[in-house]
Design a protein around this ligand. Structure first.
Ligand SMILES: [Mg+2]
Length: 280
């Protein structure tokens, strides 16, 4: 029999990595100061009523001109240089092993407004069942020319429904079909959403409201808890921890407790399903 699935869903920037992925090589290589780049990209969005992600992607393509060739490989190479928080490299295998001990198949997903092509260049890319993120359309010469997907804070939520229903392809319209509760691949109660900020609020709210687990993380080096305190106060998250994914950390203990709670809950669900079946 298939094991029940626990989906752990991560934001990327400032959740798995201490900074924005574009600010760890790309922005510097087009000769920009990081703050100036974001200020100009955000200005472009505001002045033109443009989506913020479309604005930064336009600016990435534009500023590459004369500086570098923005290919899939170049983006993957920037991704390979992105710093990950302590313990991220071994986190997935540890959590998967703990799940297995408790009869739970743990799956990991990314939902990020950052760039899929960069995340695919990181050492952890293969640990994810799916990486949902903004991405480029590349022309016949392999150069990024247009946005293929943009993932902003509210569009992030559609991917939770894809995970819930097991309708994973980004263009599959079956995500809008009705699924009876017993046919949902990953019910919301078996979801964990981990994020750091405002762009995660709609996902956190949805996961929390439907019985899942939303966790806020903050940079352990800065100890600035203002964002996570606000998210907890506003009912977006139930828990917060430093973004330290190492062995024996608060975050690991919390995930282990969620695995144990999922195991217990699934026993009850199984009993309920059997009793419903008994009705004939
Ligand atoms: Mg973030």
């Amino acid at each position: 029999m298939d094991l029940p699935v626990l989906a752990v869903i991560y934001d990327f920037d400032k959740t798995l990595s201490p900074d924005d992925m574009q600010a760890q090589g790309y922005i510097q290589s087009v000769g920009y100061d990081v703050a100036d780049f974001w200020r100009e990209a955000n200005g472009l969005a505001i002045e033109n009523d443009m989506d913020g992600n479309l604005a930064y992607m336009y600016k990435m393509v534009k500023e590459a001109e004369g500086n570098l060739v923005l290919t899939r490989r170049a983006l993957a190479e920037y991704g390979a240089k992105v710093e990950l928080y302590h313990g991220v490299d071994t986190w997935f295998d540890r959590i998967n092993a703990y799940g297995k001990e408790h009869g739970i198949a743990v799956e990991h997903y990314i939902i990020s407004s950052g760039l899929r092509e960069m995340i695919e260049g990181t050492a952890i890319a293969k640990k994810f069942t799916r990486i949902y993120a903004s991405s480029f359309y590349f022309n016949e010469r392999g150069v990024a020319v247009w946005p293929a997907q943009t993932v902003n804070f509210t569009s992030k939520t559609q991917f939770l429904f894809r995970i819930e229903k097991g309708v994973m392809e980004v263009n599959d319209p079956a995500v809008n079909e009705h699924f009876p509760p017993d046919q949902l691949r990953v019910p919301f109660r078996n979801m964990v959403y981990i994020g750091d900020s405002d762009t995660d609020v709609p996902c956190m709210k949805l996961v929390s409201a439907r019985g899942g687990h939303a966790i806020g993380v903050y940079d352990p080096r800065r100890e600035d808890k203002r964002k996570v305190h606000k998210m907890l106060r506003d009912g977006r998250i139930r828990y917060f921890c430093p973004a330290d994914f190492g062995e024996g950390t608060e975050l690991e203990q919390l995930l282990k407790s969620i695995v144990e709670a999922t195991e217990a809950r699934e026993i009850l669900e199984e009993k309920h399903r059997a009793d419903i079946a008994d009705l004939g």
